[in-house]
Design a protein around this ligand. Structure first.
Ligand SMILES: [Zn+2]
Length: 241
């Protein structure tokens, strides 16, 4: 048994260098049929070695795909990522700004603040993210429908129902019966971005498509929709979208 085989049997990972100088982790998989190269969100590249493959084969595969990896890395580098675990000192997106989580009060009623907003937390040990996101979602359930009714009245669009949802892949949607669904994460975006999404869905109740007519209607009620789209493209990854 050579040292390479032993490492594979133990399931250990081996770091190597690509010509681009990036770290690669080699991982053997009994299920994999082919060599595979993936880039994890944390920036680690993983080369999967199939059952009948070899370390050398994987290295060749990585070398063949060095250009792809370089492109994937540079794409990832320009997409900002939110911190996974939130503790005092972490910066999180709140109302369009990156705000530091600060301890507002300790003791019996532990609280943190984000800019001018204060939130109850169970304590300062561990991850504050589930607690804070639950607070955000609660605020969203109050604020987003209120804003939607306001803009619906302003534009004269008839809305039947506004739902606030935990959507992972979209900011908003609507159905022909007049229901608008909004992603609660819109309370984390700047006001003009939140408004744009609401206008966008409102205009869909007039034009159920993305035709020129639809965009002309959006333009009419929300002239800065382009900068809102730009903001979402640049910062959506901070909110996992
Ligand atoms: Zn649309």
């Amino acid at each position: 048994m050579n040292p390479d085989d032993q490492q594979d049997l133990l399931g250990l990972m081996d770091a190597a260098q690509t010509p681009a100088g990036a770290d690669i982790v080699f991982q053997r998989s009994a299920k994999a049929r082919h060599y595979r190269l993936t880039l994890r969100r944390d920036g680690t590249a993983v080369a999967t070695i199939p059952l009948r493959g070899s370390q050398r084969g994987a290295e060749q595969f990585v070398a063949q795909h060095a250009e792809w990896l370089e492109r994937a890395r540079s794409r990832q580098a320009v997409r900002p990522r939110a911190a996974e675990v939130w503790v005092p000192g972490t910066h999180v997106l709140w109302r369009g700004e990156m705000c530091e989580i600060r301890v507002a009060s300790a003791g019996e009623r532990p609280q943190v603040c984000l800019a001018a907003d204060v939130f109850r937390v169970p304590g300062f040990e561990g991850d504050l993210r589930p607690t804070l996101e639950a607070h955000f979602a609660r605020r969203a359930k109050i604020e987003l429908p209120a804003r939607t009714w306001e803009l619906a009245a302003l534009t004269g669009v008839e809305v039947k129902l506004v739902a606030v949802r935990n959507q992972r892949s979209r900011w908003g949607s609507c159905s022909a019966n007049g229901t608008i669904s909004l992603n609660w994460r819109l309370v984390q975006t700047p006001d003009f971005v939140r408004d744009y999404i609401i206008y966008h869905e409102l205009m869909h109740l007039r034009e159920m498509n993305h035709s020129e007519r639809f965009w002309a209607r959006v333009e009419e009620v929300c002239p800065d929709w382009r900068s809102a789209e730009r903001w979402l493209k640049r910062n959506g990854s901070l909110l996992g979208l």
